[in-house]
Design a protein around this ligand. Structure first.
Ligand code: ATP
Ligand code: MG
Length: 410
């Protein structure tokens, strides 16, 4: 089955908004075994919409559009669809009733403009919108299924789950693709690819895709089967084998974040942590406390920017600062140890470094970061050299600290 996605909206083209509908639809369609052969974005311009719809009608078995369904004048999709399919617009009583009821509930009179939302192409099925007012539409013409969905991501998603996917399943499309995500950090994409290349070549019906960001690489394992159960089995097996190969570089399978994993490990071990941050300015504490329930294990933190505060609050020694400087292994270790002692936590984590863009020199360049972890039976310190702008360096430093804490906890 060939599927085509058309997203409509000028804001998607001029940078006003990122098109998230395409990726959402792509995932759902691929999972049904449909091949997405093309995704196009066009402005709210009738001629542009018409052109892409005509082409899709000829090429695809399933066409899904999003956007331009609202009652305002820049929302043209419905009219163009009707014209392209040679249908006139007729009043859909059920939809009109639903829209009227919606306004009644709000205690407001229904604006005349909303009546136009109840006009649908002849022969179309209105797809109920439980979140907003504009209904979606389904039409079938010359063997092509045409879904017309609202642009608002929440409304679109709801219709996809409650109507589009069940409808396509009813037409015999099955979930023949399964995806597993292995999340890694601290290892470059090329090294990961090298590590698992041979193994994945030997795994049948398995494809690998990498999503790299400043904080790590997600390995997506995509598997096919002749039946949904076979696809699931293939994916479980492939993810397990690849996961074994990557070892503890994998911090999570699925969508879990590293701070969630760290939180889980701390909670399981009944341990607590405190942080001392210099160049990250609180980013590490912020990330740890994003997790609901983190008060169980996160004691607190110190943002110690000046040397003076590093001495007074964290007990970093004058000699250490004089001989090695605040950006050094020695200072990082003393900060981690210091905050652990002051907070009386089980673990202390410290970050010190040069986030840039200024402040670097040959010996201590921009992007140089030291992370230390201290606990009752050990300590670790690592030196990193991160590329990127100030924010990226800071985010990477916080990520590296979370990963070192995770490894210490394992
Ligand atoms: P409404 O009934 O709210 O008018 P609509 O179908 O007319 O719905 P649009 O007006 O095109 O939808 O878009 C509504 C909102 O959804 C806008 O904020 C728009 O930026 C956003 N949106 C539209 N298309 C997408 C997309 N492909 N990805 C992400 N956001 C989108
Ligand atoms: Mg729009």
């Amino acid at each position: 089955v060939k599927a085509e996605i058309v997203t409509i909206g000028r804001e998607l083209l001029d940078g006003g908004r990122v098109d998230t509908n395409t990726s959402h639809l792509g995932v759902r369609l691929a999972a049904l075994g449909a091949e997405v052969t093309r995704a196009t974005t066009v402005p709210d311009d009738p001629a542009a919409i018409e052109e892409v719809l005509l082409r899709a009608l000829g090429d695809a078995d399933v066409v899904i559009t999003t956007g331009g369904l609202g009652p305002t004048s820049d929302d043209r999709t419905k009219h163009v669809v009707a014209r392209v399919l040679g249908r006139s617009l007729v009043l859909d009583d059920d939809t009109l009733e639903r829209i009227a009821a919606h306004f009644e509930e709000l205690g407001r009179p229904m604006p005349e403009i909303n009546v136009s939302q109840a006009m649908i192409p002849e022969g179309a099925r209105a797809i109920e919108n439980t979140v907003g007012t504009a209904p979606g539409l389904l039409m079938e013409q010359d063997g092509t299924l045409f879904f017309v969905l609202p642009g608002v991501p929440a409304e679109m998603k709801r219709m996809v789950e409650s109507y589009v996917v069940p409808f396509l399943e009813g037409r015999g499309l099955k979930r023949l693709t399964e995806e597993r995500i292995l999340r890694t950090t601290g290892v470059p994409e090329s090294s990961i690819a090298e590590e698992i290349e041979e193994l994945t070549r030997r795994l049948a019906r398995t494809e690998i895709a990498y999503t790299a960001s400043a904080t790590g690489v997600d390995v997506r394992v995509i598997c096919r089967g002749d039946t949904p159960a076979e696809a699931r089995r293939t994916a479980d097996n492939a993810a397990e084998r690849i996961g074994e190969k990557l070892g503890d570089a994998v911090y999570a399978t699925g969508e879990e974040s590293i701070e969630q994993v760290v939180g889980y490990l701390l909670e399981m071990g009944k341990k607590t942590v405190a942080v001392a941050e210099s160049c990250t300015g609180g980013r590490l504490g912020w990330r740890l406390t994003r997790i609901p329930g983190s008060s169980e294990y996160f004691v607190g933190g110190v943002i110690a920017y000046s040397d003076d505060l590093k001495k007074r609050l964290l007990g970093v020694r004058v000699k250490t600062l004089r001989d090695h400087g605040a950006v050094s292994e020695e200072a990082a270790l003393e900060m981690a140890e210091g905050v652990r002692g002051k907070a009386q936590s089980d673990y202390g984590v410290a970050i010190t470094g040069i986030a840039g863009p200024g402040g670097g020199d040959d010996e201590k360049p921009v992007g140089l970061i030291f992370v230390a972890v201290s606990w009752d039976r050990g300590e670790r310190v690592e030196r990193f050299r991160f590329s990127g702008g100030r924010d990226t360096v800071r985010e990477r430093a916080a990520q590296a600290a979370l990963d070192m804490l995770r490894r210490a906890l394992l």
